[in-house]
Design a protein. Structure first.
Length: 240
């Protein structure tokens, strides 16, 4: 039995709150065999440029009758454009060169045919190699969960023998807590008070480098240990 599990759709270069959830769990499951929603976090995210925040959007076509794992990527023109924008925006950031080789290879040296494959690859590499997260990663397709909507999620959690499910706070609007109680699963919500930088994790990495984990979860752990409370820190290395 695993203790804590999170289940989320894969996102394109996610924000730091996404990685905060991954850090909190023993098993993180990409939930990509569900309905694809266009112009959501699946295929786009924001970065900081000299003229303000800017969307980086991967073109995915107009067909909405697809699962996330069925979204195919055509021409790689978008990848070159994204890399040029990232390069122009962050080349002078303090830690850009520390991560430049990896991201340049992702955008310019690799060809991506599946949105899910791209998203999962980026998330797993950033988690393990750049943030030192120890969680195990799985894909929901491995388990063949049955049912609809919340019932399907609970069925999936049963298959991995989860005893705690960690969810983002926005899910409170549609989650029926009684279904988790009936399944014997503890429901735990993340608290994102202080997480006000709604841009991609790369903004934090390029500005804070190896100190990035502190600005995602370390500040909270340090504050609780030292004084019993914690406030989100403000630093010149934080995203601009």
């Amino acid at each position: 039995m695993v203790s804590k599990v999170a289940v989320l759709q894969s996102n394109y270069i996610p924000w730091k709150g996404y990685f905060d959830i991954i850090h909190d769990v023993d098993l993180f499951i990409f939930y990509d065999d569900v309905q694809y929603t266009k112009n959501d976090w699946r295929n786009r995210n924001k970065i900081v440029t000299a003229s303000g925040t800017k969307w980086l959007t991967i073109p995915t076509g107009a067909d909405l009758n697809r699962l996330i794992c069925e979204v195919r990527l055509g021409s790689s023109v978008w990848a070159e454009k994204h890399w040029k924008t990232i390069l122009q925006s962050y080349r002078n950031s303090g830690y850009f060169n520390l991560y430049k080789e990896f991201f340049e290879e992702v955008y310019m040296g690799m060809r991506w045919e599946s949105l899910s494959d791209l998203n999962q690859f980026l998330t797993k590499h950033i988690s393990k190699e750049f943030l030192g997260i120890q969680a195990r990663f799985e894909d929901s397709r491995t388990y063949g969960a049955s049912g609809q909507k919340l019932s399907r999620l609970i069925n999936l959690l049963g298959k991995v023998q989860a005893d705690t499910y960690v969810s983002g706070p926005s899910a409170k609007s549609y989650i029926d807590a009684s279904m988790f109680r009936e399944a014997g699963i503890i429901l735990e919500y993340k608290d994102y008070v202080g997480f006000d930088h709604y841009v991609s994790i790369i903004d934090l990495l390029f500005n804070c480098g190896p100190d990035s984990p502190y600005y995602i979860w370390g500040w909270r752990e340090s504050g609780m240990r030292d004084s019993g409370s914690a406030e989100m820190p403000h630093s010149t290395c934080e995203p601009r």
